[in-house]
Write a protein that binds this ligand. Structure first.
Ligand code: F6P
Length: 540
């Protein structure tokens, strides 16, 4: 449905157009604001008080969720309805992590036994590799694992392996995704083929980048260990057994998943194999349990306490009513450094859409641009624009308070920086504050007045702060499910199918024709610019 036709949307538009107090003023006049606009669940505290909202804003946003039938959409997803309407598929990444035994039916069949059977195989295989029982072609154990995949077959496991580095006690895990050969060759440079295991991860097993990298990796291995080495050094994770066999990987060494698992939601399936190898089955189970706890919270908590719903509605307020076209993700833990990239695919591939699920064009903004870097690094790069640029860009500040191996002296600074930035964005700096500060330092009045426009800034810039008690596998699982469900809520309210990605197909088709042209094996003609570029490249 078109959300703009709901009464709540009209009320929100009217509300946004009415005079709105500066956040500074809102805090000054409402002593309970900081405790009222806070919610906590699954070990995550969400402070959303630094958004440009009041009780009325929230009331209208909750009405929007109700009038958009959010509860019905939630149920439809969890119960396996084919909500991915353009591909006629259910969307059941939640079943991959459920801790309950209540059957989840797809076409009348419970999917839980198959999920658990694959997980048992993944766990048993991982234990063999981790214990040294799985041996390479020379009889030695595996020290290094290389995951070859791209998009959802790379970003999720890569982000989690990085995030949980303090828990790693298995082989070293590397990730190769880029079709630029240097990604592969630089990774292999220091590795010993006799002790390296490759995981070729691809839902479709047709992705050119992944297959190109996998073929070169195979050649590298065969050069050292011969053809027979492949069986001991290559495993696959895919939904496409035929293509895996065609590539030359024994399907006995394949871990399957299903078409009702979207690529960007596949981390919880056998695509998580690199995580299991790095931290062990128990750690991965804890990750799943954390996500399941968030799913349960999402299904059952009232809207006003529901973290994914709150995060989603605040996002809709910012995007559709305050005109914010982008959103920064700012994690203050270094091991979360790939979280922004993961969330980029999750959010932008899901909700980067201009037609609704019913095929009608939207006449309102949908998914924002998601970007970011670890917090303190971002502060020394693009935060200037966040504070003083012309665009208002909301920020999610994410900070896990405890991690194994943390140094106390750094921790204080880490926390201080995170809190300082959200406070600065909120309050800004007035001309009067600049004047007082500079005159206390003895700066001449003329100089002060000349600098005031440069040194003062408006503030009133929205942000959320998410504090995690720790960054354990369980806590990370909850955080990731929180964002997955946030994206789901936004897609539901915008009326989108958040689970297809047809927009990426045209580029793939064109690339295949251009490859033919480059190889001199035919291929179609292109626009004048592309032809000119091909001509230039051909002369080199
Ligand atoms: O091109 C986009 C995409 O289809 C993503 O949705 C997916 O995660 C990625 O490519 C990789 O696909 P596959 O796992 O099939 O190789």
């Amino acid at each position: 449905m078109n959300p703009t036709t709901t009464p709540a949307w009209a009320r929100l538009a009217e509300h946004a157009a009415s005079p709105q107090a500066h956040l500074r003023e809102r805090f000054a006049t409402d002593p309970e604001r900081a405790t009222r606009f806070v919610a906590k669940a699954c070990g995550i505290l969400l402070d959303y008080s630094k958004n440009r909202i009041c009780d009325d804003t929230l009331r209208h946003l909750f009405a929007l969720a109700d009038e958009s039938d959010l509860r019905t959409h939630i149920l439809a997803m969890f119960e396996g309805e084919a909500i991915n309407s353009t591909e006629h598929r259910a969307v059941l990444h939640t079943a991959l992590r459920t801790q309950s035994d209540v059957p989840v039916l797809v076409d009348g069949q419970d999917v839980l036994p198959a999920i658990r059977a694959v997980r048992e195989r993944v766990n048993a295989f991982s234990e063999r590799v981790r214990s040294g029982d799985w041996q390479g072609f020379s009889g030695e154990s595996i020290t290094d694992v290389v995951n070859i995949g791209i998009g959802g077959s790379d970003l999720g496991p890569l982000m989690v392996v990085e995030a949980l580095k303090p828990y790693a006690d298995g082989p070293r895990v590397h990730f190769v995704s880029n079709v630029d050969s240097l990604h592969l060759t630089q990774t292999l440079k220091t590795l010993d083929p006799a002790r390296t295991l490759f995981i070729v991860a691809s839902k479709t097993f047709t992705t050119t980048e992944t297959l190109t990298n996998a073929r070169s990796a195979r050649a590298w291995l065969v050069a050292a260990g011969g053809e027979s080495a492949v069986a001991k050094h290559f495993v696959a994770v895919s939904t496409n057994a035929a293509k895996v066999a065609e590539f030359g990987i024994d399907t006995a060494n394949m871990f399957g998943f299903w078409d009702w698992v979207g690529g960007r939601y596949s981390l919880w399936s056998a695509i998580g194999l690199p995580v299991v190898l790095a931290i062990g089955p128990a750690g991965f189970e804890a990750l799943l349990a954390g996500a399941a706890e968030m799913d349960l919270h999402f299904r059952t908590a009232p809207l006003a306490e529901n973290l994914p719903v709150l995060l989603a509605l605040l996002g809709i307020w910012n995007v559709n009513f305050l005109g914010c076209a982008s959103q920064v993700i700012s994690p203050y833990n270094q091991t979360l450094h790939r979280l922004p990239a993961f969330l980029q695919q999750l959010d932008m591939e899901s909700n980067g859409k201009q037609v609704r699920a019913d095929g009608e064009p939207v006449d309102y903004a949908t998914g924002p641009v998601i970007w970011g870097e670890p917090g303190t690094n971002g502060q020394h790069a693009y935060f200037q624009l966040l504070h003083q640029g012309t665009a208002v860009i909301p920020v999610d500040f994410i900070l896990a308070l405890k991690q194994p191996g943390q140094l106390d002296a750094h921790r204080t600074s880490q926390i201080a920086n995170c809190l300082a930035q959200s406070a600065a964005l909120m309050q800004g700096k007035t001309a009067e504050e600049v004047r007082t500060e500079m005159s206390a330092k003895g700066v001449a009045a003329k100089e002060i007045e000349a600098l005031i426009p440069h040194r003062s800034f408006p503030g009133n810039r929205p942000s959320n702060t998410l504090l995690l008690d720790d960054l354990s596998p369980h806590a990370l699982g909850a955080l990731l499910a929180l964002y997955e469900q946030k994206v789901f809520v936004q897609g539901s309210i915008w009326g989108l199918n958040s689970f297809d990605q047809w927009g990426v197909e045209l580029g793939k088709q064109l690339a295949s024709g251009i490859e033919q042209r480059l190889a001199g094996t035919g291929g179609p003609g292109y626009d004048a610019s592309t032809e000119a570029l091909l001509g230039y490249i051909g002369q080199l």
